[in-house]
Design a protein around this ligand. Structure first.
Ligand code: MTE
Ligand code: HPA
Ligand code: MOS
Length: 781
């Protein structure tokens, strides 16, 4: 037995700035994505045939030329589906794999061609001849409301206080509307699935999915087999951003059906244009609002309706529009409030989860109201914000009746005002604008409060599987998926910390429905909260067995056994971790455990609009300064400062990366990323040529990003950390607000500029022309 000298601490424990476990593989090209998996001999390739109409009956389909095309092995349509032709995650039976008699959006899958190569399948799919009879279609939210289109799911209403009395009391009442655009996920790895048939009814699917369990269930449903016949594996995604929470199910189902039918491995990977056309995106919103406030800018009443372009089916539109309402208050107390959602059906692709999950749209609506108050009263919007923050007697209740108990926005704002030198820089911007007539500047400091937990309480559970092998190496598996956010690294750090072994002893293995069952999507930013806890629980079970073994073997009390860095201390003895594990194995101690976690304290009654949907809130603030060319509407971001709250960070390096990336993605959503459907209902922005995500050159010229290092989660989350994935996305709002200020400067900061999102240069120019009185149009659409 080796007697080890104690060392200080392990390498790569929690709270350490550890690099992403695959960072070096991402940059050297050795990280294996699904398209890199070696294909078995005889692998076939599928390609989708998409609708060329927005809304039409299918009168006939002529596949003759498709079948005659080189390399074609067969065609799959709705009739070839052995089980149910449905992959609706909302269980509304409104999401067919393949359309049957009717198509409901331009780009809806109607069939798939199976061929010997992807190229052959793609060329053949284009040769189909479909006879349609057009039906009237609606692509826009407002048109859908006007046309009395149905809702895809029951709307939500949040109500508190007495809005009539609130408006009656208010000295000022302002009404307005705002359009907020959608967003394409633009993950670097597009959708892809690879299915390998097994014996009997079995199939293994490698899918780029954030939700392996749901993909498993959907594949089973479409195949008409039990879930135990289907295994879904995911090592990593090249980005998901919510776009792979439900949207991967289509591709997995098609690959699996083809694999079962032809008894060959089948891969499906749409090209970027088809990926953008045929899969859902962030919901566009149309917000109608009415606000009452006093002469200081203190809010008395808010009444708002949030209508969303949901597309042809429900998908996740219910919880997305709910989350919009949950964030329409952002950090502000509304004494009297009514918020209503309108999840509108439209003849467009079914919209889905996207970082923030409706929260950003709700928050942009809330911030627009603040802006309206400020420019109506001629005040600094930050002053209005501070006046309305949650806090103080009777001012902590949200519109959904959850108390805000962990409010730290005041401290974050105060620190950011100081570190960004807000007051002096705002004075300088005002002076600059006074002197300059072409270039105008704007500066804005905006807060974020984001609720953490799935609003569907049952989703807040997770499982993990930990094996310790006899050489002391550790195999870690959990239900969360890796999409670049660093989840695998963080959970491994937790397990390293539990066992007090160096991080490199732990291997996180591909997420698999065969190892950890019935998991939730890796979504709602809850990946490390849930899976970190489940993995800690598994490790603790093994440790408990090891402790009682050691106490018994060495004749010491259990309190005298401790896991110290790479060593187990038993009384006065120190044994290396791997020697100790070998001893435990020899003594027949079970060295494997399944862990579990469920979030405490949360509950939510949707029909009453009351409860505690969120375990806690994550906070942050950003301050952006922009320069706008008022002759062209073009702008640049001169500087952004951020302070963001991640509680006690599990990994400050990864968290900082999440904050920076989310800010840039949020800023892209609100500035240059524009989705455009034409009169025929065709998405015309379906490639980087027409859809402009931020480039490195669009980043703020000066970019100061800090974590609120003093923050500790008051709830007992994993090592007192907070979720980080989505909240900082909404830090991008400061850019929109800064652009607004620059525009408002042309009318003496006394007219609300009301620029719709995204604030493309065209829209900014139109708003400036309108504010200068050169054009009369009310909207900037
Ligand atoms: N970061 C990267 N690099 N890639 C992604 O796809 N998705 C975001 C966020 N950060 C994403 C990301 C979204 S939408 C969510 S919900 C969370 O990561 C999910 O992971 P987590 O719960 O482990 O934070
Ligand atoms: N956030 C993200 N994804 C989800 C949610 C949520 O609240 N509910 C269902 N899927
Ligand atoms: Mo994130 S939108 O919850 O996948």
């Amino acid at each position: 037995m080796n007697v080890m000298q104690p060392i200080d601490r392990i390498r790569g424990g929690v709270h350490e700035k550890e690099k992403h476990e695959s960072g070096h593989k991402h940059v050297s090209g050795t990280a294996e994505y699904i398209d890199d998996i070696l294909e078995p001999a005889g692998t076939l390739h599928a390609y989708l045939g998409l609708s060329a109409r927005a809304h039409a009956e299918i009168l006939s389909i002529d596949f003759a030329d498709v079948n005659a095309s080189a390399g074609v092995v067969g065609i799959l349509a709705a009739d070839d589906i052995p089980g149910e032709n449905d992959i609706s995650p909302a269980h509304k039976h409104d999401d067919p794999v393949f359309a049957t008699r009717k198509v409901e959006f331009h780009g809806q899958p109607i069939f798939a061609v199976i061929a010997t190569s992807r190229d052959a399948a793609r060329r053949a799919a284009a040769k189909v001849k479909i006879d349609y009879r057009d039906l009237p279609h609606v692509t826009d939210v407002k048109e859908a409301v006007a046309a009395n289109y149905p809702l895809v799911i029951d709307p939500l209403k949040l109500e508190r206080g007495d809005i009539d009395a609130g408006f009656a009391k208010a000295k000022n009442v302002v009404q307005g509307e705002m359009r907020i655009g959608g967003q394409d996920h633009f993950y670097l790895e597009g959708h892809i699935s690879f299915a390998i048939p097994g014996e009997d009814d079995e199939v293994t699917v490698y899918a780029s999915t954030q939700h392996p369990s749901e993909t498993q269930h959907m594949v089973a449903q479409v195949l008409g087999v039990p879930s135990n016949a289907v295994t879904v594996n995911v090592r990593r995604m090249g980005g998901g951003f919510g776009g792979k929470e439900t949207q991967a199910n289509l591709f997995a189902a098609v690959a699996a059906v083809a694999a079962r039918k032809y008894r060959r491995a089948v891969k499906i990977r749409p090209d970027r244009d088809d990926d953008m056309t045929a899969t859902g995106k962030r919901h566009d919103f149309h917000v109608d609002y009415k606000i009452g406030f006093d002469d200081e800018g203190r809010i008395e009443a808010v009444d708002a309706v949030f209508a969303a372009r949901c597309g042809f089916s429900a998908d996740l539109s219910g919880p997305v529009t709910d989350r919009a309402l949950f964030h329409a208050d952002n950090c502000y107390f509304y004494p009297n409030v009514r918020l209503r959602s309108r999840p509108m059906k439209t003849n467009t692709v079914s919209n889905t989860a996207f970082r923030g999950f409706g929260g950003p749209q709700g928050m942009v609506g809330g911030e627009r109201m603040i802006e309206d108050i400020a420019y109506t009263l001629g005040k600094d919007p930050l002053e209005i914000r501070k006046l309305n923050f949650y806090g103080g007697e009777g001012r902590n209740l949200t519109p959904y009746h959850q108390m805000v108990e962990d409010n730290i926005i005041g401290r974050i704002i105060e620190e950011l005002e100081t570190s960004a030198d807000y007051a002096a820089r705002r004075e300088a911007v005002l002076a600059f604008n006074h002197e300059n007539h072409v270039i105008k500047r704007g500066i804005a400091l905006t807060p974020v409060k984001f609720g953490i937990s799935f609003t569907k309480t049952e989703y807040n559970q997770a499982g993990a599987l930990v094996h310790v092998y006899t050489d002391g190496s550790i195999h870690l598996n959990h239900g969360g998926t890796e999409m670049g956010q660093g989840l695998y690294t963080k959970v491994a750090q937790v397990v390293a910390d539990e066992f007090q072994v160096d991080l490199d002893r732990i291997k996180v293995t591909a997420t698999s429905t065969g190892k950890v069952p019935n998991t939730s999507a890796t979504a709602a930013s809850s990946g490390s909260d849930l899976n970190g806890m489940a993995a800690a629980n598994a490790a603790q079970q093994i440790k408990a067995r090891l402790v009682s073994f050691a106490a018994e073997r060495f004749g010491v009390s259990e309190a005298d056994v401790a896991f110290e860095p790479n060593v187990v201390r038993i009384g006065a003895e120190r044994v290396s971790f791997h020697d100790f594990i070998k001893m435990a194995y020899t003594a027949r101690v079970q060295l494997s455990a399944a862990g579990f976690y469920k979030t405490p304290k949360i509950h939510w009654n949707r029909s009453e609009g009351r409860g505690r949907p969120f375990y806690y809130y994550a906070y942050g603030a950003s301050c952006s300064e922009v320069s706008v060319d008022t002759l062209t509407g073009e702008y640049q971001i001169d500087r952004t400062d951020i302070i963001h709250d991640v509680g006690k960070s599990l990994n400050p390096a990864l968290d900082l990366g999440q904050v920076e990336g989310a800010f840039v993605q949020g800023m892209g959503w609100l500035t240059t990323e524009e989705l455009w459907w034409d009169a025929k209902g065709r998405l015309r922005t379906h490639a980087p040529s027409t859809y402009k995500i931020p480039l490195a050159s669009d980043r703020p010229r000066i970019f100061n990003v800090r974590l609120a290092e003093w923050s500790v989660n008051r709830e007992e989350t994993i090592r007192r950390s907070k979720a980080v994935g989505e909240p900082p996305f909404m830090l991008g709002i400061s850019v929109l607000e800064a652009i607004s200020m620059a525009a408002a400067s042309v009318a003496g900061y006394r007219i609300p500029p009301r620029i719709d999102a995204p604030a493309t240069p065209e829209r900014v120019l139109m708003a400036i022309e309108r504010l200068r009185g050169n054009v009369a149009t009310e909207t900037t659409r």
